[in-house]
Design a protein around this ligand. Sequence first.
Ligand code: ATP
Length: 293
Amino acid sequence: MNIEARGLTKAFGSVSAVTDLSFEVGAGVVTGFLGPNGAGKSTTMRMMLGLVAADSGTATFGGRRYADLPRPSDAVGAVLDSAGFHPAHTARDHLRVYARMGRYGAGRVRQVADLTGVSAFADRPTRALSTGMRQRLSLATALLGDPQVLLLDEPSNGLDPEGIAWLRHFVRDLAADGRTILVSSHVLGEIEHMADHVVVIRDGRLVATGPVTELYGTAAVLVRSPRADLFAARLAENGIRVERPRPDLLRVLGLSTAEVAAAAAAHGIVLHEITPERPTLEQTFLHLTGGSR
Ligand SMILES: Nc1ncnc2c1ncn2[C@@H]1O[C@H](COP(=O)(O)OP(=O)(O)OP(=O)(O)O)[C@@H](O)[C@H]1O
Protein backbone atom coordinates (compact mmCIF):
# COMPACT_ATOMS: atom_id res chain seq x y z
CA MET A 1 0.00 0.00 0.00
CA ASN A 2 1.75 3.16 -1.21
CA ILE A 3 1.59 6.51 0.52
CA GLU A 4 1.21 9.59 -1.62
CA ALA A 5 1.55 13.11 -0.26
CA ARG A 6 0.51 15.86 -2.69
CA GLY A 7 1.05 19.55 -2.04
CA LEU A 8 0.74 19.30 1.74
CA THR A 9 0.77 22.78 3.25
CA LYS A 10 0.28 23.99 6.82
CA ALA A 11 0.91 27.29 8.55
CA PHE A 12 0.48 27.94 12.28
CA GLY A 13 -0.32 31.65 12.34
CA SER A 14 2.62 33.32 10.62
CA VAL A 15 4.84 30.20 10.85
CA SER A 16 4.92 28.15 7.65
CA ALA A 17 5.46 24.65 9.02
CA VAL A 18 5.04 22.73 5.73
CA THR A 19 4.85 24.16 2.22
CA ASP A 20 3.65 22.37 -0.92
CA LEU A 21 5.24 19.08 0.11
CA SER A 22 4.85 16.13 -2.24
CA PHE A 23 6.48 12.71 -2.02
CA GLU A 24 5.73 9.02 -2.37
CA VAL A 25 6.52 6.14 -0.06
CA GLY A 26 6.62 2.66 -1.56
CA ALA A 27 5.89 -0.75 -0.04
CA GLY A 28 8.57 -3.26 0.90
CA VAL A 29 11.25 -0.68 1.70
CA VAL A 30 12.01 1.60 4.62
CA THR A 31 11.79 5.29 3.77
CA GLY A 32 13.61 7.74 6.00
CA PHE A 33 12.01 11.15 6.57
CA LEU A 34 14.89 13.45 7.38
CA GLY A 35 15.21 17.05 8.38
CA PRO A 36 16.62 19.20 11.17
CA ASN A 37 14.55 20.08 14.26
CA GLY A 38 11.52 22.13 13.31
CA ALA A 39 11.69 21.15 9.62
CA GLY A 40 8.06 20.02 9.68
CA LYS A 41 8.32 16.22 9.97
CA SER A 42 5.83 15.79 12.83
CA THR A 43 3.38 18.25 11.29
CA THR A 44 3.54 16.31 8.01
CA MET A 45 2.88 12.97 9.73
CA ARG A 46 0.02 14.49 11.70
CA MET A 47 -1.52 15.89 8.52
CA MET A 48 -1.23 12.44 6.91
CA LEU A 49 -3.28 11.01 9.78
CA GLY A 50 -5.79 13.87 9.85
CA LEU A 51 -4.64 14.92 13.36
CA VAL A 52 -3.68 18.33 12.00
CA ALA A 53 -5.93 19.83 9.32
CA ALA A 54 -3.91 20.66 6.19
CA ASP A 55 -4.40 24.15 4.73
CA SER A 56 -4.15 22.46 1.34
CA GLY A 57 -2.93 19.22 -0.20
CA THR A 58 -3.74 15.59 0.46
CA ALA A 59 -2.14 12.41 1.76
CA THR A 60 -3.49 9.04 0.68
CA PHE A 61 -2.82 5.43 1.64
CA GLY A 62 -3.45 3.10 -1.29
CA GLY A 63 -5.41 5.96 -2.88
CA ARG A 64 -7.62 6.76 0.14
CA ARG A 65 -7.33 9.40 2.80
CA TYR A 66 -6.77 8.05 6.32
CA ALA A 67 -10.28 9.00 7.43
CA ASP A 68 -11.78 7.19 4.42
CA LEU A 69 -10.07 3.86 5.15
CA PRO A 70 -12.62 1.22 6.27
CA ARG A 71 -10.69 0.37 9.49
CA PRO A 72 -7.84 2.89 9.71
CA SER A 73 -5.97 1.21 12.59
CA ASP A 74 -5.91 -2.08 10.62
CA ALA A 75 -4.24 -0.31 7.71
CA VAL A 76 -2.01 2.35 9.26
CA GLY A 77 -0.11 2.21 12.55
CA ALA A 78 1.60 5.30 13.94
CA VAL A 79 4.09 6.10 16.68
CA LEU A 80 3.97 9.85 17.09
CA ASP A 81 5.10 10.53 20.64
CA SER A 82 5.11 8.47 23.79
CA ALA A 83 2.64 10.65 25.64
CA GLY A 84 -0.87 9.47 26.29
CA PHE A 85 -0.27 6.61 28.67
CA HIS A 86 -2.49 6.37 31.75
CA PRO A 87 0.13 6.59 34.54
CA ALA A 88 -1.49 3.95 36.77
CA HIS A 89 -1.95 1.44 33.94
CA THR A 90 0.67 -1.22 33.42
CA ALA A 91 2.13 -1.62 29.95
CA ARG A 92 -0.07 -4.70 29.49
CA ASP A 93 -3.21 -2.77 30.63
CA HIS A 94 -2.40 -0.13 28.05
CA LEU A 95 -2.20 -2.70 25.26
CA ARG A 96 -5.41 -4.38 26.46
CA VAL A 97 -7.34 -1.09 26.39
CA TYR A 98 -6.22 -0.40 22.83
CA ALA A 99 -6.85 -4.02 21.81
CA ARG A 100 -10.43 -3.74 23.10
CA MET A 101 -10.97 -0.47 21.21
CA GLY A 102 -9.74 -2.05 17.99
CA ARG A 103 -11.46 -5.37 18.75
CA TYR A 104 -8.20 -7.32 18.68
CA GLY A 105 -7.94 -10.44 20.86
CA ALA A 106 -5.83 -11.06 23.98
CA GLY A 107 -3.60 -13.29 21.84
CA ARG A 108 -2.63 -10.27 19.78
CA VAL A 109 -1.64 -8.36 22.95
CA ARG A 110 0.77 -11.17 23.85
CA GLN A 111 2.14 -11.31 20.30
CA VAL A 112 2.93 -7.60 19.99
CA ALA A 113 4.34 -7.52 23.54
CA ASP A 114 6.70 -10.36 22.64
CA LEU A 115 7.62 -8.88 19.27
CA THR A 116 8.59 -5.51 20.71
CA GLY A 117 10.19 -6.63 23.98
CA VAL A 118 7.35 -5.10 26.04
CA SER A 119 6.81 -8.51 27.73
CA ALA A 120 9.94 -7.84 29.82
CA PHE A 121 8.22 -4.92 31.60
CA ALA A 122 4.54 -5.64 30.91
CA ASP A 123 3.54 -5.50 34.60
CA ARG A 124 5.16 -2.16 35.39
CA PRO A 125 3.00 0.96 35.60
CA THR A 126 3.58 3.21 32.59
CA ARG A 127 4.69 6.09 34.86
CA ALA A 128 7.71 3.95 35.81
CA LEU A 129 8.80 3.24 32.23
CA SER A 130 11.95 4.70 30.69
CA THR A 131 11.70 6.69 27.45
CA GLY A 132 13.00 3.68 25.51
CA MET A 133 10.39 1.41 27.12
CA ARG A 134 7.69 3.92 26.21
CA GLN A 135 8.89 3.88 22.61
CA ARG A 136 8.58 0.09 22.55
CA LEU A 137 5.11 0.28 24.08
CA SER A 138 4.01 2.85 21.48
CA LEU A 139 5.35 0.59 18.76
CA ALA A 140 3.53 -2.42 20.21
CA THR A 141 0.29 -0.39 20.30
CA ALA A 142 0.72 0.67 16.67
CA LEU A 143 1.25 -2.96 15.65
CA LEU A 144 -1.96 -4.29 17.26
CA GLY A 145 -3.91 -4.11 13.99
CA ASP A 146 -1.02 -5.69 12.04
CA PRO A 147 -1.05 -2.64 9.72
CA GLN A 148 0.41 -2.58 6.22
CA VAL A 149 1.65 0.98 6.77
CA LEU A 150 3.69 2.34 9.69
CA LEU A 151 4.48 5.97 10.40
CA LEU A 152 7.20 6.27 13.03
CA ASP A 153 8.13 9.74 14.30
CA GLU A 154 11.64 9.73 15.80
CA PRO A 155 11.28 6.16 17.11
CA SER A 156 14.95 6.00 18.18
CA ASN A 157 14.51 8.79 20.75
CA GLY A 158 15.41 7.46 24.17
CA LEU A 159 16.68 4.11 22.92
CA ASP A 160 20.15 2.97 23.95
CA PRO A 161 22.57 1.72 21.25
CA GLU A 162 21.31 -1.85 21.71
CA GLY A 163 17.72 -0.62 21.38
CA ILE A 164 18.61 1.31 18.22
CA ALA A 165 20.22 -1.78 16.68
CA TRP A 166 17.14 -3.80 17.62
CA LEU A 167 14.81 -1.19 16.10
CA ARG A 168 16.81 -1.12 12.87
CA HIS A 169 16.43 -4.89 12.38
CA PHE A 170 12.83 -4.84 13.51
CA VAL A 171 11.85 -2.10 11.05
CA ARG A 172 13.76 -3.73 8.20
CA ASP A 173 12.00 -7.06 8.86
CA LEU A 174 8.61 -5.34 8.82
CA ALA A 175 9.47 -3.81 5.44
CA ALA A 176 10.77 -7.13 4.12
CA ASP A 177 7.27 -8.51 4.75
CA GLY A 178 5.99 -5.95 2.22
CA ARG A 179 4.94 -3.17 4.60
CA THR A 180 5.24 0.52 3.82
CA ILE A 181 7.34 2.28 6.44
CA LEU A 182 8.10 5.97 6.92
CA VAL A 183 10.56 6.71 9.76
CA SER A 184 11.44 10.27 10.70
CA SER A 185 14.67 11.42 12.26
CA HIS A 186 16.83 14.50 12.58
CA VAL A 187 19.88 12.25 13.02
CA LEU A 188 21.15 10.95 9.75
CA GLY A 189 23.22 8.15 11.33
CA GLU A 190 20.06 6.46 12.62
CA ILE A 191 18.46 6.43 9.20
CA GLU A 192 21.51 5.65 7.10
CA HIS A 193 21.52 1.94 7.99
CA MET A 194 17.78 1.56 8.37
CA ALA A 195 16.33 3.21 5.27
CA ASP A 196 16.58 2.35 1.60
CA HIS A 197 15.01 5.59 0.43
CA VAL A 198 14.96 9.05 1.93
CA VAL A 199 12.77 12.12 1.77
CA VAL A 200 14.73 15.14 3.04
CA ILE A 201 12.95 18.35 4.05
CA ARG A 202 14.13 21.73 5.25
CA ASP A 203 11.93 24.60 6.39
CA GLY A 204 8.86 22.55 5.42
CA ARG A 205 9.96 22.05 1.81
CA LEU A 206 11.32 19.05 -0.05
CA VAL A 207 15.07 19.31 -0.70
CA ALA A 208 15.90 15.79 -1.87
CA THR A 209 14.31 12.40 -2.37
CA GLY A 210 15.62 9.11 -3.73
CA PRO A 211 17.64 6.04 -2.79
CA VAL A 212 20.02 6.59 0.15
CA THR A 213 22.97 5.68 -2.09
CA GLU A 214 22.19 8.58 -4.46
CA LEU A 215 22.56 11.06 -1.61
CA TYR A 216 26.29 10.49 -1.60
CA GLY A 217 26.66 13.17 -4.23
CA THR A 218 29.30 13.68 -6.88
CA ALA A 219 32.45 11.70 -6.62
CA ALA A 220 35.86 13.31 -6.90
CA VAL A 221 39.28 11.75 -7.46
CA LEU A 222 42.41 12.91 -5.64
CA VAL A 223 45.53 12.74 -7.75
CA ARG A 224 49.12 13.30 -6.63
CA SER A 225 51.61 13.89 -9.43
CA PRO A 226 55.01 15.57 -9.91
CA ARG A 227 53.44 17.02 -13.10
CA ALA A 228 50.26 18.27 -11.40
CA ASP A 229 50.61 21.59 -13.27
CA LEU A 230 50.61 20.00 -16.67
CA PHE A 231 47.87 17.50 -15.82
CA ALA A 232 45.60 20.23 -14.46
CA ALA A 233 46.09 22.22 -17.66
CA ARG A 234 45.38 19.21 -19.90
CA LEU A 235 42.20 18.30 -17.97
CA ALA A 236 40.96 21.90 -17.97
CA GLU A 237 41.50 22.07 -21.75
CA ASN A 238 39.06 19.16 -22.02
CA GLY A 239 36.43 20.96 -19.93
CA ILE A 240 37.03 18.88 -16.80
CA ARG A 241 36.73 20.65 -13.43
CA VAL A 242 39.93 20.48 -11.40
CA GLU A 243 40.78 21.94 -8.00
CA ARG A 244 44.31 22.32 -6.67
CA PRO A 245 44.36 21.96 -2.86
CA ARG A 246 48.20 21.68 -2.85
CA PRO A 247 50.86 22.21 -5.54
CA ASP A 248 51.29 18.46 -6.09
CA LEU A 249 47.62 17.51 -5.47
CA LEU A 250 44.61 17.73 -7.80
CA ARG A 251 40.96 17.12 -7.06
CA VAL A 252 39.29 16.02 -10.28
CA LEU A 253 35.51 16.24 -10.39
CA GLY A 254 33.12 14.18 -12.42
CA LEU A 255 35.51 11.42 -13.56
CA SER A 256 36.06 7.91 -12.23
CA THR A 257 39.51 6.77 -11.06
CA ALA A 258 39.79 4.70 -14.25
CA GLU A 259 39.01 7.74 -16.43
CA VAL A 260 41.55 9.87 -14.56
CA ALA A 261 44.21 7.17 -14.94
CA ALA A 262 43.42 6.83 -18.66
CA ALA A 263 43.66 10.60 -19.14
CA ALA A 264 47.03 10.67 -17.37
CA ALA A 265 48.32 7.80 -19.57
CA ALA A 266 47.05 9.56 -22.71
CA HIS A 267 49.07 12.66 -21.80
CA GLY A 268 52.12 10.65 -20.64
CA ILE A 269 51.85 12.00 -17.09
CA VAL A 270 53.25 10.04 -14.16
CA LEU A 271 50.92 9.69 -11.14
CA HIS A 272 52.15 8.94 -7.62
CA GLU A 273 48.76 8.47 -6.07
CA ILE A 274 45.16 8.19 -7.21
CA THR A 275 42.35 7.96 -4.64
CA PRO A 276 38.57 8.07 -5.04
CA GLU A 277 36.98 10.59 -2.67
CA ARG A 278 33.32 10.52 -1.67
CA PRO A 279 31.67 13.02 0.59
CA THR A 280 30.20 11.29 3.62
CA LEU A 281 26.43 11.06 3.78
CA GLU A 282 26.64 13.37 6.80
CA GLN A 283 28.34 16.09 4.72
CA THR A 284 25.70 15.79 2.02
CA PHE A 285 22.89 15.92 4.59
CA LEU A 286 24.34 19.00 6.28
CA HIS A 287 24.77 20.64 2.90
CA LEU A 288 21.14 19.88 1.93
CA THR A 289 19.63 20.97 5.21
CA GLY A 290 21.89 23.95 5.78
CA GLY A 291 23.42 22.51 8.94
CA SER A 292 21.62 21.59 12.16
CA ARG A 293 19.93 24.29 14.16
N1 ATP B 1 0.72 23.31 17.20
C1 ATP B 1 1.61 24.19 16.75
N2 ATP B 1 1.44 25.52 16.94
C2 ATP B 1 2.33 26.41 16.45
N3 ATP B 1 3.46 26.07 15.78
C3 ATP B 1 3.70 24.77 15.59
C4 ATP B 1 2.80 23.77 16.06
N4 ATP B 1 3.31 22.55 15.70
C5 ATP B 1 4.47 22.80 15.05
N5 ATP B 1 4.70 24.13 14.98
C6 ATP B 1 5.85 24.78 14.30
O1 ATP B 1 5.94 24.24 12.99
C7 ATP B 1 7.30 24.01 12.62
C8 ATP B 1 7.51 22.54 12.29
O2 ATP B 1 7.44 21.77 13.47
P1 ATP B 1 7.46 20.19 13.51
O3 ATP B 1 7.24 19.75 14.91
O4 ATP B 1 6.56 19.66 12.46
O5 ATP B 1 8.97 19.88 13.06
P2 ATP B 1 9.82 18.56 13.19
O6 ATP B 1 10.58 18.44 11.91
O7 ATP B 1 8.96 17.41 13.57
O8 ATP B 1 10.83 18.91 14.35
P3 ATP B 1 11.50 18.01 15.52
O9 ATP B 1 12.57 17.19 14.85
O10 ATP B 1 12.05 19.06 16.42
O11 ATP B 1 10.39 17.20 16.12
C9 ATP B 1 8.15 24.52 13.77
O12 ATP B 1 8.49 25.86 13.50
C10 ATP B 1 7.18 24.45 14.96
O13 ATP B 1 7.52 25.42 15.93
